[in-house]
Design a protein around this ligand. Structure first.
Ligand SMILES: C/C(=C\Cc1cc(O)c2ccccc2c1O)CCC[C@H](C)CCC[C@H](C)CCCC(C)C
Ligand SMILES: C[S@@+](CC[C@H](N)C(=O)[O-])C[C@H]1O[C@@H](n2cnc3c(N)ncnc32)[C@H](O)[C@@H]1O
Length: 254
């Protein structure tokens, strides 16, 4: 089976060098609340990757690698990065599933390529996580990086993820952790209030980054995410805290 990385998001993200050459869109309608989210992400897109690096001191890349690793995506798989944005996880998945050996050998002879040959397997789609344009039991792994918290109907999104996964395959859902620890919650809130939002204000994005705190407060705890996955039909679900409890990754097996 030919390796494929499908990457779907509802907002055209700020195309990085690699993404810029590989995007095409199938525009879909969505709810007004979802439209508001799309406008928000379109506004932050130009500085999104930069601020993630600065504000997390680059740690978000580690959390994303863990998310992809725990999806168990492997060479030759067909995988989906849902809510892909600027494609961080899609590129990581692409490197996991790779291309046929001989094509990689060609690339090995062209060391100057910034563009990795495996990225040819990425198909960029603009669409809605609440109505995925894929058949049932289609993917060997699904990742969602900082996306589930932002969709307006989380149970529906989780059911869609379940629907498109093959039996025995995994979803790996990375996001902020809505902690039950008062200390962690206080630290997270303090960082957002006193570091994240003030810095984002320098880019005229005060309200957009203030949304982080409200969206986390309205998100699900790790236990609630496990329950959400089980209610969607997953046979197993476990939420793991990352970054000292500031982040978390739900691993759910169909
Ligand atoms: C990659 C990260 C966040 C992505 C992200 C998700 C959203 O839903 C947003 C909504 C609105 C605006 C921006 C985002 C957004 O960037 C996580 C890292 C980046 C965070 C912005 C930084 C969070 C700081 C942590 C609370 C503390 C980090 C401690 C670190 C170990 C130094
Ligand atoms: C915070 S960004 C995450 C981007 C990327 N996954 C990452 O880890 O950096 C959230 C993304 O979710 C997308 N999104 C929000 N609601 C969506 C929906 N209903 N369907 C598809 N994408 C959605 C937004 O367009 C945005 O690109």
């Amino acid at each position: 089976m030919a390796a494929l990385t499908a990457a779907i998001s509802s907002t055209p993200a700020a195309p990085g060098p690699a993404a810029r050459r590989r995007r095409f869109f199938a525009v879909r309608c969505s709810s007004s609340a979802a439209d508001e989210r799309q406008v928000l992400f379109s506004r932050i897109a130009p500085v999104y990757d930069h601020l993630n690096d600065v504000l997390s001191l680059g740690q978000h890349r580690t959390w994303k690698r863990i998310c992809v690793s725990w999806s168990r995506a492997k060479r030759g798989d067909r995988v989906l990065d849902l809510c892909c944005g600027s494609g961080d996880l899609a590129f990581l998945l692409s490197e996991k599933v790779g291309l046929d050996g001989q094509q990689l050998q060609t690339a090995a002879n062209r060391q100057e390529q910034r563009w990795k040959p495996c990225y040819k397997n990425i198909k960029w789609i603009e669409g809605d996580a609440l109505g995925l344009p894929f058949a049932d039991c289609y993917f060997d792994a699904v990742t969602v990086g900082y996306g589930l918290r932002n969709v307006v109907d989380k149970p529906k999104a989780m059911r869609e993820i379940f629907r498109v996964l093959k039996p025995g395959s995994r979803a790996s859902v990375l996001d902020f952790n809505k902690s039950s620890s008062l200390f962690t919650t206080s630290l997270q809130s303090w960082m957002i209030d006193n570091v994240v939002v003030p810095l984002a204000s320098g880019y005229g994005l005060t309200e957009e980054y203030k949304y982080l705190k409200s969206s986390i407060s309205q998100y699900l705890t790790g236990k609630e995410l496990e329950e959400l996955a089980k209610e969607a039909g997953f046979s197993a679900a476990k939420h793991y805290e990352l970054g000292g409890g500031l982040m978390g990754d739900l691993v759910a097996t169909r």
